[in-house]
Design a protein around this ligand. Structure first.
Ligand code: SAM
Length: 238
């Protein structure tokens, strides 16, 4: 069975969007994964097809109704009963490469995209949804977050990436950010490629890359650096 994505959205026409291009698009065409966008509005029951209402307690904006969202979730679960149920929200747990990798190794996911002020809390609790955020900023809807998650997961599916090792060496895979890359010309704008990379000494190249990855992580992401150091100290031979 290939990886299945069921996206619950008020804007199904946004999909596949960028996911229909390049690596993910080719994998989609090959059938390495499948994508179905389910229109939440199709589960509205009143004559205006309303999906939202004003918030209890007052305040600005509208809230997505639990009954409508739940009916859409029920439809997605009927189509993919084995799929984990994820809702996107800025207050969710931060999406990490570790979570992406775990999802890519599974059967797929149901991805619920919020709009307006968000989704009625009761349906999130009732369905025990996993709440995920893609960063500390506010989008106007969960659709770009679903695209981010799917783009990150699909490239890890077997056979999707060109060079198998590119998934092993890249940022976060080892707990470090990636080392810098260079290609021809060897000198550009009076900037030369680091000598060691042209020398052909594979051990020296590996050591240089490791040192650069450590330097960049230490300088740019003290949080990742602390976690990496703690792991290295716990298992010094790793
Ligand atoms: N009132 C919400 C708050 O302050 O946390 C923001 C709602 S936002 C305008 C509408 C929808 O966009 C959310 O329900 C969520 O699905 C999505 N969204 C916004 N920012 C996000 C983020 N950083 N990560 C994941 N989803 C996000």
């Amino acid at each position: 069975m290939s990886f299945r994505a069921l996206v619950l959205t008020l804007f199904p026409e946004m999909f596949p969007g960028p996911l229909g291009q390049s690596l993910a698009g080719r994998a989609l065409a090959r059938g390495d994964w499948s994508l179905d966008a389910i229109d939440i509005r199709g589960f509205a029951t009143d004559k205006h097809r309303s999906v939202d209402d004003t918030p209890f307690g007052g305040g600005p904006g509208m809230v997505m109704r639990p009954d409508v969202v739940d009916a859409a979730v029920a439809e997605a679960l009927a189509r993919g009963p084995d799929l984990p149920l994820i809702v996107f929200t800025p207050r969710g747990k931060l999406l990490t490469q570790k979570r992406v990798r775990a999802l890519a190794e599974g059967p797929g996911a149901i991805l619920l995209c919020g709009r307006y002020e968000g989704i009625d809390e009761r349906v999130i609790a009732h369905r025990r949804m996993e709440e995920l955020s893609i960063g500390d900023y506010v989008l106007s809807g969960g659709e770009p977050a679903a695209m981010v998650l799917l783009d990150a997961a699909v490239r890890l599916l077997p056979g999707v990436m060109g060079a198998a090792e590119s998934g092993i060496e890249e940022s976060f895979a080892s707990g470090l950010l990636e080392y810098p890359h260079y290609t021809r010309p060897a000198v550009w704008q009076e900037r030369a490629v680091p000598e060691v990379l042209a020398g052909g000494n594979h051990a020296a190249i590996a050591a240089w890359r490791r040192a650069e990855a450590e330097r960049i992580t230490r300088d740019r992401r003290p949080d990742l650096w602390t976690a990496y150091r703690a792991l290295a100290e716990a298992a010094p031979t790793a």
